[in-house]
Design a protein around this ligand. Structure first.
Ligand code: NG1
Ligand code: MG
Length: 504
């Protein structure tokens, strides 16, 4: 899709906010953001801070991944949907070469000032402003055919309001990045120039610069999502977002385990380690198949490219894993031997924190990770096929979907080792409470799970799920605040992707 994120006024964007704003639509269906409580609050704070009204709002949603975990960076398709919770940035252009960023939640995110220099360094540590910089750089520091059109980047005054829970596997980082990119793009008049596909790719590249060796699922769905539709996102051979109609008799319910998923803080042992393990597995299989003598001759970037060249089915790829990789983990020496290299530290330079990954781990589970990847990639297409099927009855269809989601969770738990005690407890409670299937969503190790629930048992399901939040826990076992349960446990409908809102 080559369409751009042009400013939306009028009816085009009405559906997304309908639930929130029904009372604030004018006779033509236009949103009167000024009268909507959330936006009213943003405008009031904006005036206090900057002495004027915002000129525009840009927004980008978080997402729930329905199925297809930890496979986007292996080149495989995933199946997410946007959620209603979003990032909003209200902004005006200023004549200073400076970007002022304030957040409604000023205690957690105190004000920051940045220069307009697109190639400036990220801040040390995992500072929140780096996600703003990701979006900023995505537009102004990645593709020169776009940033050359902007000789002097605009200064901006920005106020952020986010409803996307952080570190919860619903991709607040990408919602933040995309929202900042859309704001930067609009302020610098590139919103009718940059196609959505390019914007997604530039956001992915930028987010990788901030430290996670991520795939492209989150940024792409945040940009391409449409109301009421889940999307199969294919990265290869070209980027595509294909509609998937989840049966109407079921709801997707998100439940937050209230334990964080500190993906970046544990960068050496969790997310990026998995990316490294997949690459080691890829190289070893390629070498064993005689496609290369040493890792340096391997021409495949990911498992998808290998599979495509072989022309194999997923079952055949699973057989390759069984034949060529060993269970139980590889030591550094095992990896060196299998890759035919004397020193590991000079390879995989494109993976952020590769050095830390090597330093902090003694074993790499190549068989288990690869087995998960091919099984999970296969489940994504089985899920879509079930949704599309005319042959299956509604009942058989939703059971098939639930089973695939459960299988995905077990594979994440046992083979990919990206679940947690809390996520296992919560997904099991969901199954016991009437869900057809339940699985962790996002990177894992904490954060949220997603359950498939028949609408006619939704109320009793939600009721039973309360016990997770009210249960007495051992001392030292700390859940986050549980003040407002609706924020942690809710049914969700696929929401609309990023857009720019003209408040006038
Ligand atoms: P989370 O941690 O939920 O934002 C991450 C990656 C995705 C994908 C999933 C696992 C980022 C921005 N996103 O999502 O690309 O690999 O984990 O399926 O890091
Ligand atoms: Mg994230």
């Amino acid at each position: 899709e080559a369409s751009t994120l042009a400013t939306q006024t009028g009816t085009d964007f009405v559906p997304v906010l309908t639930q929130l704003t029904a009372a604030y639509l004018d006779v033509n269906g236009n949103i009167k953001t000024k009268h909507q409580p959330r936006y009213k609050n943003i405008v009031a704070r904006f005036k206090q801070l900057y002495g004027c009204e915002p000129a525009f709002f840009c927004r980008a949603p978080g997402r729930v991944n329905i199925i297809g975990e930890h496979i986007d960076y292996c080149g495989y398709a995933v199946l997410p949907a946007a959620i209603e919770q979003d990032f909003v940035m209200a902004y005006v252009v200023s004549d200073k070469s400076e970007i002022e960023v304030n957040n409604i939640d000023k205690d957690q995110f105190p004000a920051e000032r940045l220069s307009t220099e697109p190639f400036q360094k990220f801040k040390e540590g995992h500072h929140w402003i780096n996600y703003f910089l990701c979006g900023y750089k995505a537009v102004l520091a990645i593709d020169e055919s776009y940033y050359n059109k902007v000789p002097a980047p605009k200064g901006m005054k920005i106020l952020i309001d986010s409803h996307v829970p952080p570190a919860a596997g619903v991709s607040s980082s990408s919602a933040f990045t995309v929202c900042a990119a859309v704001t930067t793009m609009h302020a610098n008049n590139l919103h009718e120039v940059i196609p959505k596909g390019d914007l997604s790719k530039m956001c992915v590249t930028a987010e990788r610069m901030a430290g996670t060796a991520c795939g492209g699922m989150d940024q792409t769905i945040s940009i391409f999502a449409e109301m009421g539709k889940a999307k199969l996102i294919e990265f290869n051979p070209t980027l595509k977002a294909i509609d998937v109609a989840v049966p109407s008799s079921v709801s997707l319910v998100i439940a937050n385990s209230l334990t964080p998923s500190p993906k970046l803080l544990t960068v050496g042992t969790r997310y990026n380690k998995r990316v490294v393990e997949c690459r080691f597995g890829l190289y070893i299989i390629a070498i064993k198949l005689g496609k290369a003598a040493t890792y340096g001759d391997v021409k495949y970037k990911n498992f998808y490219e290998l599979q495509t060249e072989l022309g194999y089915s997923f079952d055949q790829m699973l057989d390759l894993v069984k034949t060529h990789l060993k269970k139980g983990g590889y030591s550094h020496d095992d990896v060196k031997k299998a890759l035919n290299v004397g020193d590991l530290s000079n390879i995989l330079k494109d993976i952020p924190y590769f050095f830390e990954v090597l330093q902090q781990n003694v074993r790499f589970h190549l068989y288990e990770r690869a087995y998960h990847v091919f099984g999970e990639a296969q489940r994504v297409y089985q899920f879509k096929a079930a949704c599309d099927s005319d042959a299956l009855s509604e009942e058989d269809k939703v059971h098939k979907l639930g089973t695939l989601m459960n299988e995905s969770h077990y594979s994440c738990r046992d083979l990919y080792e990206c679940s947690s005690d809390q996520l296992d407890e919560l997904t099991q409670l969901a199954r016991d409470s009437g869900a057809l299937g339940s699985r962790l969503t996002g990177a894992g190790w904490g954060g949220c799970c997603v359950s498939l629930v028949k609408k006619d048992v939704l109320a009793s399901f939600l009721d039973k799920m309360h016990s997770y939040y009210t249960k007495e826990r051992e001392p030292g076992y700390q859940l986050w605040v549980t003040d407002d349960l609706d924020r942690y446990l809710f049914a969700t409908q696929p929401a609309k992707g990023a857009f720019i809102l003209d408040p006038k």
